[in-house]
Design a protein. Structure first.
Length: 213
């Protein structure tokens, strides 16, 4: 890797593997968000999981509830782990922007912490793309670290990363501008179970698609 370039999301999560799952497994707010989404889904819904990681808890929870899941992740290591851990879901190693799912082909989407190594323009693009992939009335469960930062070099679980994010109100506005009405938002602070883990603010949104973006 070029020393002058920030590490890619793929390289970061290839290196973290199951350490990431162990570090974040205790997030009650994540599980609560999934529970709220499950309450809204019709039986046998089709769900897109963007940044699916190891498949746990998101894809596993959805599959256990009887839903069809397509998980997409840029990390080959994460896709391999998820395919073994959650055989009831389908996982693809791809950039969601290149995959470009068919309009209206999903009933819901999950975008949990998968935008933070993208530029602000790319984050907005992905939210619009996800919006188009949902049928009218489909639901989005999204989460981010709500900080007003752009291109900041940081350390995540002992590894260098470059982070871009929005503050809470700006991220909520970006979701709304992608064609959603926000149904609920929950803020919390979580400390990953990792020796290098530091307290992080987390924002979870639940939204409904109301119009083409």
């Amino acid at each position: 890797m070029d020393a002058d370039r920030p590490p890619t999301a793929a390289s970061v999560f290839d290196a973290l593997g199951t350490d990431y799952e162990r570090a974040f497994a205790g997030s009650a707010a994540h599980r609560d968000s999934l529970g709220q989404l499950l309450h809204l889904l019709a039986p046998h819904s089709r769900v897109l999981d963007v940044g699916s990681g190891t498949g746990r808890p998101t894809a596993q929870t959805l599959v256990d509830a009887g839903h069809e899941v397509l998980g997409v992740d840029v990390s080959t290591v994460m896709v391999d782990i998820a395919s073994r851990q959650v055989p009831g879901a389908e996982f693809r190693c791809a950039d969601i922007r290149e995959l470009n799912p068919q309009e209206g082909s999903f009933d819901a989407a999950c975008v949990y912490f998968s935008l933070l190594q993208m530029s602000r323009a790319d984050q907005s693009e992905v939210l619009r793309l996800v919006g188009r992939s949902l049928r009218p009335g489909g639901h989005l469960a999204a989460a981010t670290v709500p900080l007003d930062v752009e291109g900041v070099n940081a350390t995540f679980m002992g590894r260098p990363v470059q982070v871009t994010s929005f503050g809470e109100s700006d991220f909520t506005a970006r979701v709304a501008s992608a064609g959603f009405t926000v149904l609920s938002q929950e803020s919390s602070v979580f400390t990953p179970a990792h020796p290098a883990g530091l307290p992080e603010p987390h924002l979870f949104l639940l939204a409904r698609r109301i119009r083409p973006s």
